[in-house]
Design a binder for this molecule. Structure first.
Ligand code: WT7
Length: 632
């Protein structure tokens, strides 16, 4: 069932090239990548404005791009609203009765929304937000499990120009609290419970704890999924159904400046608190629209299934905005890939006739462990395009994914970030694939691999992944922290530095090799070292802490923590468990270290910064490299 390490090695050496089938090629929007790419790069503004013209604008732009390094404005002077393009544009056509969203709950429930129904629900919710006095620019925190209300709430905010901040429902109270406080949200939208492998997760009490310390929050809206219904404290707490009842099903989309913020999404960095990445209506709409269309070759007949949670950027761009902008039929499913059994996703693919499937390397590696017999039970012949995102996909997982889905469907290994908003490096269906490589830049995007000074490195030499020109869906700033935004464009002058290490081969194919900074990727989710360390240090027994990422078979990376205890603290298994529980309480399950080691000291620079790179090298038995700044 599982392949050996040896085979994995030989696959890598083979540098296999997988050509598109005649069928894939014939169907594709883009037939000749090299020619189209060349044209798009010769005049990126012409390319992007051509794309923008496929969408609806209330009033036109006077300038495609205004670039005052490192600040960009796209479609200057235009007015638009992303929800007009996600909804109104479709309900005015035959698509009004086309299925927009099929939702499947963890308990097996199914809910279906046509474009018409989604449009009406969003309008009701938009009117309800207006009734609370919300206006353009106000912030709303959405802390919901993966249920359709999450999508409705996001779109309703966008419709009236309010800025949504979706917080993943796996985060604990202190993490939610700091995100509400930073955004100064007036409204929080949540649910009584979420489900995780059949277990009830009490979300409402997490919100209660978080909101107790958030003076800006006036209203908490609660989606009640369980019977008997939980009690709510009026007038501050309102029931979602009651809240929408009586609201009109029509609400004009607010005409907004193209640069009006659409959302804030918090993501982890190396230092300090999470960064509130800001995306705007106009450019983000253009970027997510065209990448969804070309990368997945999305057509009206497709059923598109992306397994992400809208709590992360993949959900924002490639469950909600990109697919809806294209009028797609979207399947979204609550729950884990192996619950109630490892056939879960394969069964959904058969049941709903999924033709496009977008998942993560972590999930594939998890499913590999259960064996090929699971996908073999189902008819997966409806699939035509596959996707992968979040971390490098190792060739072994790539080959498995390719084989169990029929051996002919191309895998789009899409590289991007919360900050980039849209896919930047990716194959298109017509591009020959090399398993393990995200291949080439998307149209209009100039990507390169450079040294610290910004000079391109020779083919196959490792370096830093950079983007050399602005693109429409790029983040506009870090909320309340413009200095932190500028770091992305100043680290290597005039380039956007992604923080990834990469290699470009002789054919210009990009091979991403992981993070250059200390950010850890657990199951494709970015975990900042600073947040985990500060959670550990907030435990009374801990004096100092440092965390690193260690390679892990399924999760990609796992967190290992090193802690220095305060004097007189007894070591032992109980303490280790207590520390894990503490991180669980402070941050949530995804941030809990798999290993915790008590140490007498930590490697530091003369200026007192912990050298995680040295810890990591020691842990993995590698050469720590330059240690001239190490204090001892
Ligand atoms: C980081 C961004 C992209 C949306 C979900 C994660 C890593 C992402 C790939 C890929 C290699 C990848 C990078 C990047 N990453 N996709 N296809 N191949 N690495 O967004 O949490 O902002 O993380 O994820 O290291 O910098 P994110």
């Amino acid at each position: 069932m599982e392949k050996t390490d040896e085979q994995f090695e030989s696959l890598q050496r083979a540098d296999r090239i997988v050509y598109p089938t005649a069928e894939t090629k014939a169907a594709a929007y883009i037939q000749d990548y090299e020619a189209e790419y060349g044209r798009s790069i010769a005049d990126p503004e012409a390319f992007w404005s051509g794309v923008a013209k496929e969408l609806h604008w209330f009033s036109p732009w006077t300038k495609v791009l205004e670039w005052t390094y490192p600040w960009a404005k796209w479609f200057v002077g235009a007015t638009c609203n992303i929800t007009y393009n996600c909804l109104d544009r479709h309900v005015k056509t035959w698509r009004k009765n086309k299925v927009a969203v099929i939702w499947v709950g963890e308990q097996g429930e199914e809910r279906v929304f046509t474009y018409g129904e989604l449009f009406r629900q969003v309008n009701r919710c938009a009117n309800a937000l207006k009734a609370l006095g919300l206006r353009t620019g106000d912030r709303v925190t959405i802390y919901l499990p993966k249920i359709p209300e999450q999508i409705v709430a996001m779109l309703a905010c966008a419709r009236i120009g309010a800025i949504h901040s979706v917080v993943y429902s796996g985060f604990s109270a202190p993490a939610l609290e700091s995100r509400i406080q930073d955004a100064e949200s007036r409204v929080v939208i949540t649910a009584d419970v979420g489900y995780d492998r059949g277990k009830r997760i009490d979300l409402k009490s997490v919100v209660d704890q978080a909101v107790a310390n958030c003076g800006t929050v006036e209203t908490v809206v609660v989606v009640r999924r369980e019977k008997p219904e939980i009690a709510l404290a009026a007038p501050k707490e309102v029931d979602w159904e009651n809240w929408l009842e009586g609201e009109q099903a029509s609400c004009e989309a607010e005409p907004l400046d193209a640069e009006a913020p659409l959302y804030i999404l918090y993501t982890s960095g190396t230092t300090g608190k999470p960064k509130g990445v800001v995306h705007v209506h106009g450019g983000y709409m253009v970027g997510t629209y065209i990448t969804t269309k070309y990368v997945f070759d999305l057509k009206d007949e497709d059923v598109y299934f992306c397994v992400a949670d809208p709590g992360w950027v993949t959900g924002h761009s490639y469950i909600v905005y990109g697919p809806l902008l294209n009028g797609a039929t979207i399947l979204t499913a609550e729950g884990k890939p192996d619950y109630p059994n490892p056939g879960r996703w394969w069964r959904l693919i058969e049941r709903y006739g999924v033709s496009i499937f977008y998942t993560t390397p972590t999930a594939i590696r998890l499913l590999m462990k259960y064996g090929e017999e699971w996908p073999k039970k189902y008819d997966l012949s409806g699939l035509r395009i596959l996707g992968s995102v979040g971390e490098p996909i190792n060739p072994e997982a790539w080959e498995w994914y390719h084989r169990v889905t029929g051996g002919t469907k191309p895998i789009m290994d899409t590289w991007w970030q919360t900050e980039t908003g849209m896919i930047l490096v990716t194959p298109l269906p017509c591009v020959p694939l090399k398993p393990g490589s995200a291949t080439r830049p998307f149209l209009g995007v100039e990507a390169d691999v450079v040294d610290r000074e910004g000079h391109s490195v020779p083919a196959n030499a490792g370096g830093f992944a950079v983007i050399k020109k602005p693109w429409p869906a790029m983040m506009r700033t870090i909320y309340k922290d413009p200095d932190r935004y500028q770091v992305y464009w100043n680290t290597i002058p005039h380039c956007y530095t992604a923080g990834d290490v990469c290699r470009k081969d002789e054919q210009g194919y990009l091979w991403f090799m992981g993070r250059a900074d200390d950010v850890i990727k657990v199951a494709g989710n970015r975990i900042g070292t600073a947040e985990v360390e500060s959670a550990l240090v907030s435990h009374p027994a801990v004096a100092e802490a440092a965390v690193i990422g260690k390679p892990h078979q399924t999760a990609g990376e796992a967190i290992k923590a090193f802690v220095i205890l305060k004097q007189g603290q007894p070591e032992g298994r109980d303490l280790i468990q207590a520390l894990k529980d503490h991180v669980l309480k402070e941050l949530g399950k995804i941030a809990v270290p798999r290993e915790i080691e008590v140490v007498p000291s930590l490697p530091k620079t003369r200026s007192g910064k912990i050298m995680r790179r040295v810890l990591k090298a020691k842990e993995l038995g590698q050469d720590p490299g330059d240690i001239s700044t190490l204090e001892e």
